[in-house]
Design a binder for this molecule. Structure first.
Ligand code: URP
Ligand code: ZN
Ligand code: ZN
Length: 464
């Protein structure tokens, strides 16, 4: 059945105009100044978008849903994560496949996709993490790219002994990525330095969540970015630095860009709006705010917003990694190194960025769309199917109510998490109607869609 979105102000990464949009067969088939509902097939649903803004569906380029990590597993499944994403206006997720060091990549791909396919209500794809790199892994990574439409890898320059890759294998992985035209997303920190700092701090009895940030200071992150960029320079691989938290890391990426390295930078919602004082909250509350790289001193937020506004930072994701406060975060009550890392934000991201970015004037509304949707589609080989409002694009559309004012709360969260890192925060704007490929999946924060309708987006390599 078709859907007519009438009278909305359409805002994309580049355009701003008022028109009607008609969606049929999962795609946008007409955009015209006035489309008469009476002339459309009977049964067409009409959505009144007057007074509203119509955005392309948001894309979160960095989420964890199935995440076996630090002795536990993140608490969402694709049903709860999809509902949370949709409530915020996110219609496509890119999840990290993070297998263990002994696991075969192909089996991991099948495991992750097997969890997503029956439960996803959003479209989705994966960044394939390489945590081992032998002949078998190399062949299987090629197969995953060529046969399963995955065109991005992930490496961790962090988490010593868990997800990190040896120097030799990092070079080989980036060489393979260059050969295949695959972009390599990377968590950039210096794993060895962190390990040494953690031992030193714990040895001095500094065990609380407030010591997480000092164990991995900004210099450690900037070092990771510089190191990855060096290997990218040598191999010619295209790289994407995930969850960049601070000015020195942004600068390290900019330096590499100026040298001609093909490097893209991601910021994530927690680093844009929270600072390290959250991880210093008493009574172990700070554990809710332990993620890596850590929340930083407030001045780094300005560098991140400035980076987004100037285009140095291309995307805003979340690094959604939900671990419950009770039963998961408290695994680290005696040592901050055992607190599962992550701050869930898949639902809150669009409202946080709209409120703290657009409404404050830190970024304009086109940059908001670009960073929360279009750039991810471009960088990860989904554009213009995703991240755009044009005839022929998937009908992934958010009808946004800019006049809405409310507060964020765990009460309205669809994630399985037991806390909200932004509890009681006032926000402006919300996703009023959210369509995924032409079907309404969410209204005013409530799920009204179909579980299992989400589809794996097949992507071709574009980074040669
Ligand atoms: O703290 C984080 N970032 N948790 C999820 C794993 C990762 O490093 O992305
Ligand atoms: Zn990471
Ligand atoms: Zn992550």
């Amino acid at each position: 059945m078709g859907v007519l979105i009438k009278g909305g102000r359409i805002v994309t990464a580049t355009d701003d105009y008022t028109a009607d949009i008609y969606c049929a067969d999962e795609t946008i088939t007409r955009i015209e100044s006035a489309i008469e509902a009476a002339a459309l097939p009977s049964g067409t649903e009409v959505i009144d978008a007057s007074g509203k803004i119509v955005f392309p569906g948001f894309i979160d380029p960095h989420v964890h849903i199935h995440l076996p990590f630090m002795g536990t597993n993140a608490c969402d499944d694709y049903e709860s994560a999809s509902k949370a994403a949709l409530a915020g206006g996110t219609t496509t997720l890119i999840e990290m496949i993070c297998p263990g060091p002994q696991d075969e990549p192909l089996a991991a791909f099948k495991e992750w996709n097997g969890k997503a396919a029956p439960l996803a209500a959003v479209d989705y794809t994966f960044h394939m993490a390489a945590v081992r790199f032998d002949a078998l892994a190399k062949e299987q990574l090629k197969q995953i790219v060529r046969e399963h439409g995955i065109s991005s890898f992930k490496v961790f320059l962090a988490y010593k002994g868990a997800l990190d890759l040896s120097e030799e294998h990092l070079f080989e992985l980036l060489s393979l990525a260059k050969e295949l035209g695959v972009i390599v997303t990377a968590h950039c920190e210096n794993a060895e330095a962190i390990d040494a700092m953690q031992k030193r701090l714990l040895g001095a009895g500094k065990t609380g969540p407030e010591w997480h940030e000092p164990s991995r200071p900004v210099s450690v992150e900037a070092d990771g970015v510089t190191h990855l960029a060096t290997i990218a320079e040598l191999t010619g691989a295209h790289i994407y630095v995930v969850h960049t938290s601070c000015e020195p890391a942004v600068r390290a990426a900019m330096d590499a860009k100026l040298r001609g390295v093909n490097i893209w930078v991601e910021a994530v919602a927690p680093h844009l709006v929270l600072d390290k004082s959250a991880a210093e909250l008493p009574n172990f509350e700070g554990a809710k705010y332990v993620m890596s790289p850590p929340l930083r001193a407030q001045q780094h937020q300005d560098a991140l917003w400035g980076g987004i506004s100037s285009g140095i930072v291309s995307t805003i994701g979340t690094d959604h990694a939900p671990f419950k406060f009770k039963g998961q975060k408290d695994m680290g009550v005696d040592a901050f190194t055992k607190i599962p890392n992550g701050i869930p934000s898949v639902q809150e991201r669009p409202q946080l960025v709209y409120t703290h970015g657009v409404c404050t004037g830190r970024i304009d509304i086109h940059t908001f769309v670009d960073a929360c949707s279009t750039q991810a589609a471009r960088i990860f080989g989904m554009y213009p199917k995703k991240g755009e409002i044009r005839v022929g694009s998937d009908a992934d559309v958010v009808v946004w109510d800019p006049s809405y004012e409310g507060v964020l709360s765990v009460e309205s969260s669809h994630s399985a998490i037991d806390y909200c890192g932004y509890e009681g925060w006032p926000i402006k704007g919300r996703a009023s109607v959210v369509l995924v490929r032409g079907e309404v999946q969410s209204r005013d924060g409530e799920f009204v869609g179909t579980i299992g309708r989400g589809r794996l987006v097949s992507r071709k390599p574009t980074h040669f």
